[in-house]
Write a protein that binds this ligand. Structure first.
Ligand code: NAI
Length: 453
């Protein structure tokens, strides 16, 4: 897709001229800055002029995908940047890619004169001042699905290891002890797996577990489509009472904190195994340790803890330490090479979609809109404070010119509205319309995405 415009210079209004030349044919909070260099015939920057800054060693696959899509002006840093250094580095940058360590504060956003979008190449997005970004018309994207499979595979592997008592036997063998026995050693085939939280990971695990011949039941507080032969359970306790293996895949919320406490653990079948690869605060580890010591729980695999060391080498303490059939891992459930590379691709695709077509599908802080790009005509976007009458004021700009709107898609989130407008007819009026959209009271940002003849 081409960000290019061939309209005659005459058609360009004086106001619009002052803003020509940048991908952001846009306005809003960031536009009080010096205008980008003028180009008499182009209204938007060619893709290779769209400045992209990637911090924290984002993967090569991300850069390759950007290059394949025509985005070649990519600057990379291996480390995180902060505060004033980050603010300086963001001058003239249109697209920022970060991982979890770069703090994009309100002050940093205020200094970013050209920023149109941020990609978080990770799952979490709380390192970005999301509301401040939204109020500047900057959608923030992340990669919520990229490590789903990695967590699901690990969970199934751990259930098999625990049901066979592999870790205690392996540790004994390392110590020179021979412990050949079938006691407490079971196949997973025919056993019941209880999945708490049937979202991305829970559902993926469900499919893998059925392939191993397990019966799958799940509990989710919202209605979820069952995969394969999985069966929803009416309550958490109904699930616990039937499961040979229980695994938790809920997020950390007020409702899930301490969800698996003494009562839930004692409601599990004697001899069941338990996995928490979700969030540390969901499970009472003291209660779990007691249940393992008295034999009620046969094994536990835990990847996430209420308090986790902030870096490698820092001391780690847990009540499960020293228990033979406890598998303890340092929050690596989603950490695989494949997940890293998928994170790059997942986020880059969203950034490219946004730049090429204005799609905000998957944005965590912004109204979500997705419209396929059209082979001809023009597309504008308008992010605004959601106030009554905004849509009619926008439509009036088109109606007055006798221009037909061929597609229009409005979504709101919080007090922000995001509108995508297509017209098959608009040609030389495209930038006049843009200038008028910018002038509407309540406008956060307006962009002309493309104009094609
Ligand atoms: P998701 O959002 O797709 O699924 C979560 C599911 O839990 C949803 O279906 C939701 O309806 C359900 N749920 C929420 N509250 C509930 C409640 N009180 N009772 C019953 N069900 C409830 O999330 P996804 O991607 O499957 O991830 C699940 C968890 O795994 C998250 O906490 C995430 O942070 C964690 N995670 C851990 C990783 C690791 O490295 N160990 C890597 C990736 C994710």
């Amino acid at each position: 897709m081409v960000h290019r415009h061939n309209a005659s210079q005459e058609a360009i209004t004086a106001r619009a001229k002052a803003r020509l030349g940048g991908l952001p044919l846009e306005t809003g909070a960031n536009e009080a800055q010096e205008p980008p260099p003028m180009s008499p015939t182009r209204l938007s920057l060619p893709k290779d002029k769209i400045k992209i800054l990637l911090l924290e060693g984002i993967s090569d696959s991300a850069v390759e995908l950007l290059a394949d899509a025509g985005y070649r002006s990519v600057k990379r840093e291996t480390k995180a940047l902060d505060g004033a250094v980050l603010a300086r580095a963001l001058k003239g940058v249109h697209v920022l890619g970060i991982r979890s360590r770069t703090q994009v504060t309100e002050e940093v956003l205020a200094a970013a004169d050209r920023l149109i979008t941020i990609g978080c190449f990770c799952i979490g997005t709380n390192q970005v001042a999301l509301e401040a970004a939204a109020s500047r018309g900057i959608p923030v994207f992340n990669a919520p699905f990229s490590n789903t499979r990695s967590v699901a595979e690990l969970t199934l592997g751990e259930i098999i290891m625990m049901m066979r008592g592999i870790f205690p036997k392996s540790n004994a063998a390392h110590r020179g002890e021979w412990d050949k026995s079938a006691a407490n050693s079971w196949e997973v085939r025919g056993k019941t797996l209880g999945i708490i939280g049937y979202g991305n990971i829970g559902a993926q695990l469900s499919v893998l577990a059925e392939a191993f011949g397990m019966r799958v039941i799940y509990f989710d507080h919202t209605t979820k489509l069952p995969h394969g032969n999985a069966q929803p359970m009416p309550s958490l306790h109904a699930l616990l009472a039937e499961s040979d293996a229980v695994t938790v895949h809920v997020p950390e919320t007020a409702e899930t904190m301490g969800m698996i406490g003494e009562a839930a653990i004692r409601a599990m079948k004697p001899g069941a195994v338990f996995v928490n690869n979700a969030r540390g605060t969901v499970v009472d580890l003291e209660a779990l340790a007691r249940a393992m010591k008295d034999g009620h729980v046969l094994g536990a695999a835990v990847d996430v803890f209420p308090v986790e060391p902030s870096r490698n080498g820092e001391a780690f303490v847990s009540p499960l330490q020293g228990l033979p059939n406890a598998i303890l891992t340092p929050h690596i459930g989603g950490s695989t090479g494949e997940a890293q590379s998928r994170i790059g691709q997942e986020v880059v695709r969203k950034l490219i979609d946004f730049s090429d077509t204005a799609a905000t599908f998957g944005a965590v802080n912004f109204p979500q809109v997705q419209l396929p790009a059209r082979p001809s005509g023009a597309r504008w976007t308008h992010a605004h404070r959601d106030t009554p009458g905004m849509l009619s004021r926008i439509n009036e700009i088109f109606g007055r010119r006798g221009l037909n709107i061929s597609a229009q898609f409005l979504q709101t989130a919080g007090d922000i509205g995001y509108l995508v407008i297509d017209s098959a007819e608009a040609r030389k009026e495209a930038e006049e319309i843009l200038a008028e959209l910018r002038e509407l009271p309540g406008t956060i940002r307006a962009r002309l995405i493309y104009e094609r003849h």
